[in-house]
Design a protein around this ligand. Structure first.
Ligand code: 13P
Ligand code: SF4
Length: 319
């Protein structure tokens, strides 16, 4: 409507005026994803957001997503100003892996290579040997296994468990989880599949094992979008945040996309296939942050040289 169009126009002008670029995750409001595309920014998964922000010449990065994405951008480009629509947008995996406890856990297992998911704080990354995202965790763990390394994995237990099952690597798992993906229900998914026998089931590996086991494709957000272009199925049942439907529908315009079932009713479901922190990224907040420089990401400068090492390893590995 007119108000949204007005916000979009003002944000586009403000991005130009501040030499800023918008970097958005697939789970954010489709209006923001659209705006990022229209203004020369990017919409992608957490791995490519990191790479795009690092390589883009703009002096300000406006990161629409959750806090760890803004922190990653800052660690990779300390000379750039990194703004977010709100610094309140966090992630249950980040919350569930506080640095003191994590560091003590690592100290107890000095013989293990520390591999952390990107969904962590700068301090946790600084304690790690490798950072991975869901799109590169599997080949990186295979690579470490080939070198004979034993792994300490944090924080997502479901992704860790999936990687462990796929590779057979020796992995010690931290017990974090994503409040969005852990809501998907296997029994209800099986029932839904009977209603749509031609459907392919696409699952993000932060989902519980019983859900992953029903998948035709398990993958990161970008890998699931790619699957909708490559598979012939008329219908896709999708177990990840429903923000992804904007890009999936672009990739596969003639297909039916259905959310995988969550706890079943609003009363028992905390997140219902949409991340409450991703949802905090609104047009008014983007504009406010850009115009007033509020919600700037600051990372302790002492952490940056240590946190950048495992991130560079990931970006080099996936180049
Ligand atoms: P991707 O790396 O697949 O974009 O996932 C990030 C995330 O937060 C998933 O919940
Ligand atoms: Fe974190 Fe889950 Fe939200 Fe992704 S969807 S940002 S893993 S809480």
């Amino acid at each position: 409507d007119a108000e949204k169009a007005d916000y979009k126009a003002r944000i586009a002008a403000s991005l130009k005026a501040h030499n800023a670029v918008l970097v958005a995750h697939y789970y954010t409001d489709p209006l923001l994803q659209e705006l990022a595309e229209e203004t020369g920014g990017c919409v992608s998964d957490s791995l490519e957001m990191a790479r795009f922000g690092r390589d883009h010449p703009a002096s300000t990065l406006l990161v629409a997503g959750v806090r760890f994405m803004g922190e990653t951008a800052k660690i990779l480009s300390p000379e750039k100003r990194v703004l977010m629509p709100t610094l309140e947008a966090t992630c249950s995996l980040d919350i569930g892996c506080p640095i003191d406890e994590f560091s003590a856990y690592c100290d107890q297992h000095p013989d293990r290579t520390v591999v952390v998911y990107a969904n962590t704080s700068a301090a946790v990354k600084a304690r790690a040997d490798w950072v991975v995202t869901s799109s590169c965790a599997l080949p990186i763990v295979e690579h470490l296994m080939d070198k004979g390394e034993k792994i300490l994995w944090a924080p997502d237990q479901h992704l860790g468990n999936y990687i462990q099952r796929e590779t057979g690597a020796d992995m010690l798992l931290w017990e974090g989880s994503c409040i969005v993906h852990e809501e998907f229900k296997a029994k209800a998914l099986e029932d839904l599949r009977k209603v749509y026998p031609d459907a392919a089931v696409l699952v993000h590996p932060e989902s519980p094992q019983a859900v992953v086991e029903l998948a035709d494709v398990v993958g990161s957000t970008s890998q699931l979008i790619k699957a909708t272009q490559e598979l012939p199925n008329p219908t896709f049942i999708v177990a990840t945040d429903r923000g992804i439907f904007y890009k999936m529908q672009q990739a596969a315009p003639d297909r039916l996309l259905i959310d995988a079932p969550t706890a079943g009713n609003g009363a028992t479901c905390r997140s219902c296939a949409h991340c409450p922190w991703m949802a905090m990224n609104t047009l008014p907040r983007v504009l406010q942050s850009l115009e007033h420089g509020t919600d700037e990401i600051i990372v302790d400068p002492q952490l940056i040289p240590r946190a950048v090492k495992p991130l560079d390893r990931m970006l080099d590995f996936t180049r």
